[in-house]
Ligand binder design. Structure first.
Ligand code: URA
Length: 207
């Protein structure tokens, strides 16, 4: 798929999310004058980061990871010499859950359809999950159910999976690497160090 086709499909996803009144958090979005957060970065990124759901700053601007967690994510990327514009950053849930609560299973189910399509467009070599919600969703999606464990046990580990598109694209290998969510690290110096150490693995996939 060329650049134009990718851009066109991404814009289609954006339009659908903007107009889909059936989405579980649509009413909250309108009531709070928020934006959905579609994702940001290169459509031909080798590495795709998947967080949980937008926070206050993200929903106010429509940009992923632009608040406190985003600042730390930027620091982590800089630490391993990866430019933010060279990766793609998104979330499973595209609207902000009220009061920053955890996303509900039905929210993950509704919004993940868009995420699946984004993965098919970008076809990254590596999916870096941020936090346990995206770790569980992505590992199950790629048939790694039996490798699932506590994030404290498997963070920073590289899992190989079959990455053919859900819509029947050709087979290819994809790496799934679970990371702690940067928000956890803000208040926990140990997690911060672990995340920094874990991020080093991304260097070799960014070239
Ligand atoms: N936390 C997330 O999971 N995603 C964002 O975009 C911001 C904070």
């Amino acid at each position: 798929m060329n650049k134009e086709e990718k851009g066109k499909l991404m814009r289609k996803i954006e339009k659908e999310i903007l107009n889909n009144k059936k989405l579980p958090l649509y009413k909250d979005r309108i009531k709070n004058k928020n934006f959905p957060v579609i994702g940001e970065g290169s459509h031909s990124a080798k590495i795709m980061f998947i967080g949980e759901a937008p926070g206050k700053n993200e929903a106010a601007t429509g940009r992923p990871f632009c608040g406190a967690s985003g600042k730390f994510l930027d620091e982590l990327l800089a630490h391993v010499g990866i430019k933010r514009e060279d990766v793609y950053i998104t979330n499973i849930v595209k609207d902000r859950p009220p009061g920053n609560r955890d996303p509900l299973p039905e929210e993950i189910e509704s919004y993940s359809r868009y995420l699946d399509r984004q993965i098919d467009i970008i076809r990254p070599k590596v999916i870096a999950t941020l936090g346990r919600f995206s770790m569980v969703y992505i590992m199950k999606k790629f048939g790694l159910d039996d490798k699932l464990d506590l994030i404290s046990k498997i963070h920073g580990k590289v899992f190989s999976a079959e990455g053919g598109s859900a819509s029947g694209g050709e087979a290819r290998e994809i790496k799934i690497i679970p990371f702690y969510h940067p928000a956890v690290a803000i208040y926990n110096a140990l997690t911060k160090d672990e995340l920094k150490k874990d991020f080093a693995i991304l260097k070799k996939f960014s070239k």
